[in-house]
Design a protein around this ligand. Structure first.
Ligand code: IVH
Length: 709
């Protein structure tokens, strides 16, 4: 491995050289730290370690602004890193939306054509390539050197696994002829042969074997000791990119070829296709070869080939519009249903779970499957239609189980010929199995819910687990297991209690220390991690509250709309009657419907829940939402209306682009309108705008106005 320094003396380094050297030093020293603490054979000797650390300090002294978040000088002494440092992705790592059948694929093509304003005859090429079942990795190269490797994490922030990525043969440490900054993205995976061999070694050593190659790859990449990663044969396919100082090519296909030329492994089954029919035949070809590829794939990914079009299409909140994953059909197996348990979720939903005689489905041992709700067990869907030809599910049945990708296994069918003669219809409970409260089913709700609220221990614990989960407060060292323990021990009953733990335990922390696995140090560390999260962005806080129907994406949109906690609370109070301006404003937020709005409002209106939220927020510093930086945008804050025919872009595209630049797009002209973009055929709106003295632009005028911003 490169030792991370150049031969230049510190006083002759340019700013760029210094930045890139600091990055390398951080990776090298972090790797050395890990190696030092986890095995007896450190990779670099003490003298070199000290020299590199000194050099790092000297460079930082000359360029204080370049001091990195993960700077080695911030590492406390030589304390072992107990986790990976965090990396904020320069360009978010997104996921893909899914297609499950031919119709979904043709709709994907039609959606794109509509967005771009292409008719059915306009040529539109796609690439098709296997969807590798591994985990994604982003590799950052600067001036041809690998300076950082990061996992996807939550898409915005991942883990710094540079030391581990350096052990993967398919990951070049040095490349030539690349753009100055190049982030290569792809999938880390393990071949079937390597997986079998690893599991044989695990078993021989008395360790638990991995359930499948993907878990083995993820477990291996996320080792704190890079020596262990090195002993695990990981592979890498490059298929995408993040930040770039200059474009790689004009098309997806050419960009992949370029990555190949630069020395990355790219998938040989990547092909250029003319349209949906061509995509489907390549899908069939890949599916046919699936069993003999030697590594797991779970579908085929289609991407618009022309990168300029990809750019126009852009992204929804978490997925690109220009790509889709066409998944393979689920894998199936038959087994016995040994029991039906009822679990109580965070919103009180009673969920039936099938306890199965363990069976292998697509390489994974399955012993539980979801049964959704009581109608599903009876053989009906939510609209009263039959499923499984109306066959009910009973304990003792022989059932067919399926798994698709990562999803929870499901029960697809029942073999009535093997049903025991004394079997009984399943009776769904009408009281909560956890707290005994009534479990009611409201009209229109497929789910029966416990009415116990926070007195129901299951609901309280599930709410707390959600609160600390990834995407919510994500507190280091406080996961589902700890929350269960703390709840059972009576230390936390609601989220606010998490933030008083340190005070309540004082310096003695006797109780916590009496618990296995907790010492002064670990308790202090936990309390520090909790304090770290007192400053929390509004969208995360809202999501963490776990309000029914208010998920991740909705939380972001709502937070963006209201901006601050105070504004949000005021709006919720004003909208409590579900009529009037505040209510209209709420349901006018993109993605918020009446059901979600009702749920949101009642969460804040119920006195007990409100008091609990207030106690929590009093312990926090809620960060207003950072809006995208549109300060350079000439249309930021302006209200724009589009009318008439647009010729260079579709309405949807125009709206998305205007919003991205900080403008608000309205449907009708009013005194609040700043700009009317009028294409041919504009009628009454143009007249009204003229009467109100609103700026009127044609499409070209609008494009000129936003050009370059
Ligand atoms: S493209 C912006 N191509 O699938 C789109 N992803 O379900 C970036 N994956 O997070 C993804 N094989 O980890 C792409 N050939 C492929 C892929 C692939 C596997 C993974 C990737 C992504 C996930 C989305």
């Amino acid at each position: 491995m490169d030792k991370g320094t150049s031969d230049k003396t510190v006083d002759t380094l340019t700013q760029d050289e210094a930045a890139s050297e600091l990055m390398r030093l951080s990776a090298v020293l972090q790797a050395a730290n890990l190696a030092y603490h986890t095995d007896d054979d450190p990779e670099i000797d003490d003298a070199t370690y000290d020299r590199l650390k000194r050099r790092n300090i000297e460079i930082e002294a000359r360029f204080p602004d370049l001091m990195r978040e993960d700077s080695p000088s911030k590492m406390v002494g030589a304390a072992p890193a107990e986790g990976f440092s965090k990396v904020t992705h320069a360009v978010a790592m997104l996921s893909l939306s899914n297609a499950f059948d031919q119709e979904d694929v043709s709709e994907f093509d039609q959606r794109i054509r509509k967005y771009l304003g292409f008719d059915a005859n306009t040529p539109l090429a796609y690439t098709a390539e296997p969807k590798i079942d591994g985990l994604s990795l982003s590799l950052r190269y600067e001036e041809g050197r690998l300076v950082q490797a990061a996992t996807r994490g939550d898409g915005a922030v991942g883990e710094n696994v540079t030391a581990n990525a350096l052990t993967i043969d398919d990951v070049p440490t040095q490349i030539t002829g690349a753009p100055e900054v190049l982030e290569v993205r792809g999938e880390v995976y393990m071949s079937h042969a390597d997986f079998e061999a690893l599991n044989a070694r695990q078993t021989a050593a008395g360790a638990k074997p991995f359930a499948n190659p993907r878990n083995a790859a993820a477990g291996s990449l996320r080792q704190l000791d890079s020596k262990i990663t090195k002993s695990r044969p990981l592979k890498f396919f490059a298929y995408a990119w993040g930040a770039l100082s200059e474009p790689l090519a004009d098309t997806q296909m050419a960009a992949i070829d370029r990555l190949k030329e630069l020395g990355f492994s790219t998938n040989p089954l990547t092909e250029l296709c003319d349209g949906p029919n061509d995509l489907l035949s390549h899908y069939a070809k890949i599916e046919e070869r699936r069993a003999t590829l030697g590594y797991d794939i779970d579908g085929v990914v289609y991407k618009v080939n022309d990168l300029a079009l990809q750019n126009r299409l852009g992204f929804r909140s978490t997925t690109p519009r220009w790509a889709i994953a066409h998944k393979f059909a689920a894998e199936l197996a038959w087994t016995w249903l040994e029991g039906i348990d009822i679990q109580v979720g965070r919103t009180g939903a009673l969920s039936p779970v099938a306890r199965l005689k363990p069976v292998t489905v697509g390489g994974v041992v399955v012993s539980n499957a979801t049964l959704h709700n009581e109608d599903y067990i009876k053989g009906f869907d939510s609209k009263g239609g039959q499923i499984r030809q109306g066959k009910d599910i009973r304990v003792g049945d022989f059932v067919q189980v399926y798994r698709a990708g990562d999803v929870i296994p499901k029960v697809a069918d029942v073999d009535l010929s093997r049903r025991p003669s004394d079997s009984q219809e399943f009776v769904f409970p009408d009281t909560c199995p956890e707290c005994g409260s009534d479990a009611l089913r409201e009209p229109g709700d497929a789910v029966r819910r416990c009415t116990g609220g926070l007195i129901c221990p299951a609901q309280a614990v599930e709410k707390l687990k959600h609160f600390v989960a990834r995407g919510a407060f994500d507190i280091d060292g406080l996961g589902a297991k700890q929350v269960e323990q703390f709840y059972a021990d009576g230390w936390i009953a609601e989220p606010a209690d998490i933030f008083t733990l340190r005070d309540r335990f004082g310096s003695g922390m006797q109780q916590l220390k009496n618990r296995e696995g907790w010492g002064d140090k670990s308790a202090t560390k936990l309390f520090d991690a909790i304090d770290d999260k007192r400053r929390i962005p509004l969208d995360r806080l809202l999501f963490a509250l776990g309000i029914r129907h208010v998920g991740d994406a909705a939380s972001s949109l709502i937070a963006l709309h209201y901006g601050t906690w105070d504004a949000l609370i005021k709006a919720m109070d004003d909208a409590v009657d579900q009529t009037g301006a505040a209510w209209d404003d709420l349901i006018g937020v993109d993605g918020v419907g009446a059901v979600m709005a009702g749920s949101l409002i009642s969460a804040f209106a119920q006195p007990r829940e409100r008091a609990s939220i207030t106690r929590l927020v009093d312990a926090l510093e809620v960060q207003p939402v950072k809006r995208a930086d549109t300060s350079g945008s000439p249309v930021a804050g302006k209200t724009v209306v589009f009318t008439g025919t647009l010729e260079k872009m579709t309405r949807a595209e125009a709206k998305a682009r205007a919003e991205r630049m900080g403008a608000k797009v309205a449907g009708s002209v009013s005194a609040k309108t700043d700009i009317l973009v009028a294409g041919p055929g504009a009628g009454s709106k143009a007249k009204k705008a003229a009467a109100l003295g609103v700026d009127i632009l044609d499409e070209d005028g609008w494009l000129d106005m936003i050009a370059g911003a």
